[in-house]
Write a new protein. Sequence first.
Length: 409
Amino acid sequence: MALVSVEDARSFVLSSCRRLEPVRTSIVEAVGHVLAEAVRSSEPVPPFTNSSMDGYAVRSRDVKDVPARLRVTGVLPAGVDPGRLVVGEGEAARIMTGAVVPPGADAVCMVEHTRGEEGFVTIDEAVGPGTNIRNAGDDIAAGDEVFAVGALLSAAHIGVLASLGLEEVLVFPRPRVGVVSTGDELTNGPGQLALGKIRDSNRPALLAQVKLDGFVPVDLGHAPDEPDALAKTLQEAAQECDALLTSGGVSVGERDFVRTVLEKLGGQHARWLQVAVRPGKPFAFSTFPPSGTPVFGLPGNPVSALVSYELFARPSLRLMAGHENLDRPRLAARAEVDLLRQPDGRLHLVRVHANASTDGTLHVRPSGGQSSHQLHALASANALAFVPDGEGVVAGEIVEVMVLDAGTL
Ligand code: AMP
Ligand code: MG
């Protein structure tokens, strides 16, 4: 069977996935979601011209020559309407940060540069027009398009929405992602392992990755290597989930039934691919009619399952969640040691630890054993190095890396 490039396999799965139907949600709940409607401001922010300092609101002409002694005609705390207060010639108003700048005043002198006395203030620093004043609308003007469809909502976005008086916003929902492991050899939890049995690590790892990526993990348990049982689990789960992940059972073993089940439930939508990548070669995919729920048949080996998720499931789930940027950051790095390999027609993804040197360049070295069952080296990695087909990369050469955890660079 011909190998399919990572790019072609990725394009195929992406073309089979759709954005989820937007939902209206409270603004705090919306953080991390992608905006599904443009947001316009109906009012300026700040809503009125106000002081950025504690001090005295003055007419700048009156303080051209300092020291200048002015009569204090009022006190303006934040939150108070200045009413009829006007700052006239030779006058000043005590003003706090965020208070309305009264008519007549065109500057604020910082309190640190003044000397107060009963009913008067002496200003020791000349200020030009506009000094220490924040104009109405200088953050956001009324009528502006504040955020476009596709904006990824950060905490600052939520603050802006709140400052505009919005309580709810239309966003793409987080996909609910069902995760099922397949394999008669799998057990869970503590206790003596019978010979031949292993503990299921893919399901907890995939549930955790789904959660980290901002989707909603749904634990579907573990299915035996028996096509009817797996078909029943997947069929039911497709009703309540937006996407499904299976692991194991996509190779050419006698008891690899995931492909058969996807063909049975997905009909002509089912594909079984041999991807030109290592780890992560076998991969099955289908959508289930009538809902179109995508099902990702990830390989069973623990590293392959997570790498295949990274390459195919994660970008698809991000697309469903409305993201415009589907991929992890890709950066150029310098290999600290040889990353040698044999030509085999496949891209090799090497688990590496990357760290940024003081001059800003990234350096990478393998994080441990590179076989597809050696999950420990993936736990120690913060990036995958893309070593193209050929003889590999020698120490000192540049290699492209996909950053898995930017927080540890
Ligand atoms: P398979 O493709 O089902 O033959 O699985 C390939 C390898 O991955 C076998 O050694 C399996 O035992 C192992 N494997 C499959 N599923 C899991 C799992 N959920 N957790 C840990 N290892 C697994
Ligand atoms: Mg299996």
